[in-house]
Design a protein around this ligand. Structure first.
Ligand code: HEC
Ligand code: HEC
Length: 478
């Protein structure tokens, strides 16, 4: 794995060349911790219910404990702190006056997970009654869209579009909270290295928690176009209304805002189900565990993926375990500008003055006017990437071959990717020139026209073969 030295990345120029050496992975324990943090919210929501929102039957509780324990076991692979973290959280909840015993906490997590799942698949939460979270995040495609549209349709008439491709929802448990200057823990790498802007959910890292994220599509006029009142009415009328009351308290429906917040909480909890969202069951995981072999093409692809002078992919899409043995997330979660071409098929881009500049706006507003954040987007995980049908933040490409060709030939043959006007290539046509200093210039982006592309056709094929080993659900034969 490349560390330090060669790993220096020119990310945001004015803040000096910030280096990003080691992955920002391994926040597995956050997931569980959040689930418990969620409990505090549900408890206070249920405050009017004089005490515990849910009574845990003994049998149910032990089943729940078993499932949380196995969940914890999975997460422990990703972070040995997890057991400690869970215990601490649970113990905190179980203190006198904390309201819930440890089994009750487990039972509540189980209830919230089950509710979150139902909510995730329920189109009645949307203004149109036609759009569920799952409409854009299909479980059969690692929770990315089932169709190959660049951006999904939504809004009241189901004809509105936003500006971004819907990402996978798997392996988000490791995304750290957004930081302008990210430093890893000592377990993971070198604490003293400033990895630059890193983390946060969505392509621009503008929210840190699943609950805050879920608010975005529910309220967005071009997505689910809903409101707390609409959501509350839908939940009240849903088959799971009784379970919702049991989990959040008899009086939960008295307040639209409380109901809405409980919905967000349940969705966040569901998104942290380890066996669904971060199972680590790909062929590559089996290979790392010594349980299977890669084919010649896959192995060659992996070498090219790692080779600093060839793909150099692993410098951002980490492919090796962390220092403390956690499985690789295939992202260091850095926000990086790679100059993805403008997707002229998107309705928003009919306005030539419009640019999706990622972290500096327009969707994200807190870094507006900060030039060094313009054009940067969060590096996505490549786990399950072969199940996706649209790639990059604007969904411009629809096959991994196209993506690989962009990496290999962006600088050697820019005319293949950007418009040509009067014989001149309009390179980086979706990023105004004043932000070009933010563009990454490391291999494979270190070339000029006339140079040899970093990867040839046969090599591209092998890298794609390797990427196909990152799909969950691999069964080792015997
Ligand atoms: C109309 C399509 C659509 C629907 C419906 C939708 N999403 Fe998304 N989702 C997206 C898009 C597009 C993004 C990227 C948004 C951005 O970068 O601004 C996204 C991003 C996310 C992310 C962040 C992923 C990451 O990589 O950081 C999560 C989590 C998520 N959605 C969960 C949900 C949940 C929960 C619901 C239901 C309440 C939902 N989505 C409904 C399209 C959709
Ligand atoms: C300098 C960091 C960096 C390097 C090196 C890099 N990537 Fe990426 N990768 C990113 C970022 C950032 C994005 C998102 C860019 C965007 O959408 O604007 C991305 C997106 C992708 C996507 C699209 C995933 C999706 O869900 O849409 C694929 C596939 C991908 N990279 C594969 C590779 C491969 C293969 C290589 C090596 C040839 C590579 N990357 C090298 C940072 C990097």
């Amino acid at each position: 794995m490349r560390l330090g030295l060669t790993g220096i990345r020119k990310t945001v120029a004015p803040d000096a060349a910030l280096s990003r050496a080691r992955p920002a992975v391994n926040r597995g324990f956050r997931a569980i911790a959040f689930a418990f943090a969620g409990m505090a919210v549900s408890m206070s929501l249920a405050g009017c219910d004089a005490g515990a929102p849910a009574v845990a039957a003994d049998a149910g509780a032990s089943a729940a404990r078993a499932s949380v324990d196995s969940a914890a076991a999975v997460v422990r692979v990703a972070a040995h702190e997890v057991t400690h973290e869970v215990t601490q959280q649970a113990a905190h909840q179980a203190t006198p006056g904390g309201g819930q015993s440890r089994p009750q906490v487990y039972e509540s997590v189980r209830q919230m997970t089950a509710l979150g799942k139902q909510l995730f698949f329920d189109p009645s939460l949307s203004g149109s009654g036609k759009l569920a979270c799952a409409s854009c995040h299909s479980p059969d495609h690692a929770f990315s869209p089932a169709n190959s549209l660049s951006v999904q349709l939504g809004g009241g008439d189901m004809h509105r579009t936003g500006m971004r491709a819907a990402p996978t929802l798997k392996y988000l448990q490791s995304v750290p909270a957004f930081a302008e200057h990210y430093h890893e823990s000592d377990d993971e790498g070198d604490e003293s290295v400033d990895a630059g802007p890193t983390g946060g959910l969505t392509w621009d890292g503008r929210v840190d928690r699943g609950s805050d994220q879920a608010r975005i599509p529910l309220l967005s006029s071009f997505e689910m176009g809903s409101s707390p009142a609409t959501v509350t009415a839908a939940v009240k009328a849903a088959p799971y209304a009784g379970a919702f009351r049991a989990a959040f308290g008899e009086h939960i429906f008295d307040s639209d805002d409380a109901t809405f917040n409980a919905v967000l909480q349940a969705l966040e909890t569901f998104e942290q189900t380890p066996e669904v969202f971060y199972p680590y069951t790909s062929k590559y995981d089996a290979y790392l565990a010594g349980k299977t072999q890669l084919t010649k093409a896959e192995l060659h692809g992996l070498q090219l993926f790692n080779d600093e002078k060839k793909g150099n992919c692993a410098s951002c899409h980490i492919s090796q375990r962390t220092l403390d043995g956690a499985p690789p997330q295939f992202s260091d979660f850095g926000l990086i500008a790679i100059g993805v071409p403008r997707n002229r098929a998107l309705p928003v881009n009919r306005d030539p003055r419009f640019h999706d500049l990622g972290a500096c706006g327009p969707e994200r507003t807190d870094l507006k006017g900060r030039a060094e954040f313009c054009g940067i987007f969060r590096t996505p995980t490549l786990r399950n990437v072969a199940l996706k049908k649209s790639f990059f933040h604007n969904g411009i490409y629809h096959s991994l071959e196209q993506v690989l060709r962009f990496y290999a030939e962006r600088d050697t043959n820019p005319e293949k990717f950007y418009p040509v006007s009067k014989g001149k290539v309009q390179k980086f046509d979706d990023l105004p020139q004043r932000y070009w200093a933010n563009l990454n210039t490391e291999p494979p982006f270190d070339r000029k026209p006339g140079d040899k592309p970093a990867l040839n056709d046969a090599e591209i094929k092998d890298v794609v073969a390797f990427l196909n080993t990152l799909t969950d659900g691999y069964k080792t034969g015997n």
